[in-house]
Ligand binder design. Structure first.
Ligand code: C2E
Ligand code: CA
Ligand code: CA
Length: 766
């Protein structure tokens, strides 16, 4: 189709060319048939004229011979009734003949028909007659005289009458009237006004007769100029092949074309020569007429061609436009994302060179929506799509010509921004992005998805798109750690990144290889008794050694391995603790940390309750620790899951309380049983007044909502004292015990049980 588009105008040109060629060839053939038509018509006409004129002349010659002989040879005497007999003869053909006369060889008029009342007694006195009369005396045949006006135009014919000795004894003359109502040629038809028939005398080049009005007036007075006559004769001789036989056998018509002078221009016609009466019968048509006639036809052809060309042009233009539109659309599609209509990766790749060459420095922001997968999973893809579309619309509305926004994939966007002040640009871009993420409405719901932004700079962090993308991606992962934040690339992140990649690879299958195991950290109540344990996961790699959960939980979450790891943690903890409880016939609480990713999985609550049932652990003995950050991601969904668990009897603890974004309204809304004061507050509680205030606040909030308060990271007795004074119920920290493996925990329980005194005691279920 592309080739077609390229060639469509070539095709059009070809069409125009071939139709022009067609027009030319049709026109040429039309011209040929037109000239052929007029040639044949003229030929017929000339033959008709020639035949008719010849036969009347032959007839006249017979009449003149018979009449002359009759009048002159019968006796020496002239008959008395000579005039009466001439009159009789004339009356036989009153239409054609305008008179007869008998003339002596000396030119004296012996007798004439009574209609010819002339005082001419010797015709040799008339100069126009002299030549032909003299010629008549010399020859045997009838001789035509020059046409003259009497007042009608007449053609005189003379025939010398000879005695037995061959001497001329008189000349019989008859005048053929050629014009007028009953003139011989008055009936002579021509093809039209454009056609002229001429009878040209070959002896003296005078015109015997011509049909053209313009010439009729005086054609008989002047001979044809010798040069013109010569030219015409030359041409008639040169036309080697006679066009065809004339009407009468033995006579040939010759088609010719000659330059008839300025007035008439080129003329074409047919000529027939009469050798006896020595005249040319010529039918002519001016080329100008033929050209005019042809142009009329040609104009209609041209009009048709033009109409055809114009309609073809319109059609081709239409096709071309459609094709161009299609191409534009295809190019657009190839370079844009179908959902958001934003430029896509392809576009980024194809325009990146321009950015590199035109902008000395710019920043690339890699934007990744936090927990967009959760939105898709829980609300359906149409809502996810709606959010993306709205987000793209908002982004687009605020980007300037110095910026480019690209949908890089799923919930990832790339934002290029250039300008002199880079810090300011980056801030502007980040602010724009966060604004765009705020309060997006989709299907009557409002979402404010968080997003993590990684920034890399050209050219410091990479001279190629790949390098920049990688650097910004690394920075983005750094931002992801905190979620909903911005991080700029710095070389040290690269090490983290590489390590992260390494951890991701090594972590795969670590559960099966037995590298993952659980530790438990006791939680102590105000009375110093074991309240419960928090399950904390450990990974011991054969080469890397012990890797802290901070380093691999995030990796598992981001690489999609958290579901499996989380299940392993749950199974291990439930199994081990339940075994322990059964062995010692006692009951204490088990707290398990649950990652966002686990919560996002479908049927998490149902699966968890099933596991409890399978192990045989009482529902109220389990506490799930969730972080505040989990709540900002997708509150609606988590509320449902928490509600299910809570109504089944599972306790819910809010971990790291005070470090995140959760508001009081969230607390009121959710079924939370326990708040965990983050260890950062606890470690500063002695030195920092704000931390102390914060701790007091948390405890107050817990009271209001009737939640248990657990302080974690308690390392000193002093800390415990203050916390106790503030009203804290539960404690966890190195002051009491470090996290320990299950056999160590078993020993811990035994030790604690055997310890006397009120410090720590174990609730026994028995
Ligand atoms: P967290 O839930 O806040 O866990 C408490 C962390 O504080 C644990 O670190 C614990 O060893 C440490 N800790 C307890 N008492 C003290 C103390 O007195 N002083 C100090 N300095 N630290 C104390 P750990 O085990 O390295 O875990 C770090 C984080 O990793 C946890 O913070 C939790 O967010 C995550 N994590 C650990 N285990 C799991 C798990 O099984 N599942 C999930 N999803 N996350 C886990
Ligand atoms: Ca925890
Ligand atoms: Ca914590």
């Amino acid at each position: 189709m592309d080739a077609l588009r390229k060639n469509i105008w070539l095709l059009f040109l070809l069409l125009v060319l071939s139709s022009t060629v067609l027009l030319i060839s049709i026109s040429v053939s039309r011209w040929n048939s037109l000239t052929e038509y007029y040639r044949v018509s003229q030929q017929g006409l000339a033959a008709q004229w020639f035949g008719a004129f010849s036969s009347i002349l032959e007839q006249q010659e017979v009449i003149l011979s018979l009449m002359g002989e009759d009048l002159l040879l019968r006796g020496a005497d002239r008959p008395e009734d000579l005039r009466a007999r001439l009159d009789d003869l004339m009356n036989l053909n009153p239409d054609f003949f305008s008179g007869f006369a008998l003339i002596s060889p000396q030119g004296e008029v012996l007798e004439r028909t009574s209609n010819l009342d002339s005082d001419v007694t010797n015709i040799l006195d008339a100069p126009e007659v002299r030549d032909s009369f003299a010629y008549a005396l010399e020859t045997d045949k009838m001789v035509l005289g020059r046409t003259y006006l009497t007042p009608r135009l007449v053609v005189p014919a003379r025939k010398a009458i000879r005695n037995n000795q061959g001497e001329v004894i008189g000349v019989m003359t008859g005048a053929l009237s050629v014009t007028g109502a009953d003139g011989y040629f008055s009936q002579g038809h021509v093809l039209g006004r454009f056609n002229r028939v001429t009878i040209l005398r070959s002896r003296d080049h005078y015109i015997q007769y011509a049909t053209s009005d313009a010439l009729v007036k005086n054609f008989h007075e002047q001979p044809m100029p010798p040069s013109a006559y010569g030219n015409l004769m030359q041409i008639l001789q040169d036309v080697s092949e006679p066009a065809s036989s004339g009407a009468r056998s033995g006579l040939t018509s010759t088609a010719f074309r000659w330059d008839a002078g300025e007035e008439r221009g080129m003329v074409r016609g047919v000529a027939i020569y009469h050798p006896r009466y020595e005249f040319w019968l010529i039918s002519e048509i001016e080329d100008a007429f033929l050209i005019r006639e042809f142009l009329e036809i040609f104009a209609s052809y041209l009009l048709v061609l033009l109409a055809f060309t114009v309609s073809m042009y319109l059609l081709f233009r239409y096709i071309d436009r459609i094709e161009k539109g299609r191409r534009r659309e295809l190019i657009f599609q190839a370079n844009h994302d179908a959902l958001t209509r934003l430029p896509n990766r392809n576009y980024l790749i194809s325009t990146f060179d321009e950015w590199m060459h035109e902008k000395p420095a710019f920043s690339l922001l890699f934007i990744d929506l936090d927990s967009f997968k959760g939105i898709n999973d829980n609300f359906g893809h149409s809502i996810g799509d709606g959010i993306l579309v709205e987000l793209a619309k908002r982004f687009r509305a605020n980007t300037s010509h110095n910026e480019l926004l690209v949908r890089h994939g799923g919930d990832e966007f790339v934002f290029l921004t250039a300008g002199s002040d880079r810090d300011q640009n980056e801030q502007r871009a980040a602010a724009l992005i966060y604004q765009a993420c705020d309060n997006i409405r989709a299907f009557n719901m409002t979402f404010s998805p968080g997003c993590s932004i990684g920034i890399a700079r050209f050219p410091e962090h990479g001279a190629q798109l790949d390098e920049l993308l990688r650097a910004s991606d690394i920075a983005m992962y750094e931002a992801k750690k905190k979620r909903n934040s911005v991080a700029s690339f710095r070389p040290s992140l690269e090490d983290h990144y590489l390590q992260r990649i390494r951890i991701e690879q090594l972590l795969r299958g670590a559960e099966e290889r037995g590298e993952i195991y659980m530790t438990y950290q006791p939680q102590i109540d105000a009375a110093g008794q074991l309240h419960g344990v928090e399950a904390l996961v450990r990974w011991r790699h054969p080469e890397l050694g012990l890797i802290p959960p901070d380093q691999f939980i995030g990796v598992a979450e981001q690489s999609g391995g958290m579901g499996k790891l989380g299940n392993y943690i749950i199974d291990q903890s439930l199994g081990q603790i339940q075994t322990l409880c059964q062995r010692y016939k006692m009951q204490f609480k088990l707290s398990i940390n649950i990652s966002v990713r686990q919560f996002a999985e479908a049927d998490f609550a149902e699966d968890f309750l099933k596991k409890l049932k399978n192990v045989g652990m009482p529902v109220h003995a389990v506490c799930l620790e969730i972080t505040e950050n989990l709540l900002i991601e997708d509150l609606e969904h988590f509320r449902g899951v928490l509600q299910t668990l809570h109504s089944a009897g599972v306790r819910i603890a809010l971990d790291d309380f005070g470090t995140g974004y959760s508001s009081l309204s969230i607390l009121r809304d959710l079924p939370i049983d326990e708040l965990k004061i983050d260890k950062s507050f606890v470690s500063n509680i002695m030195s920092d007044d704000t931390s102390l205030k914060m701790v007091k606040n948390i405890i107050n909030i817990g009271r209001i909502y009737e939640m248990a308060i657990l302080a974690e990271g308690v390392e000193t007795e002093a800390q415990r004292q203050i916390l106790t004074d503030c009203g804290c119920d539960l404690f966890q920290g190195y002051l009491f015990a470090r996290p320990m493996a299950i056999d160590a925990l078993e020993k811990y329980i035994q030790d604690e049980a055997s310890k006397p005194g009120p410090n720590v005691s174990i609730h026994s279920t028995t």
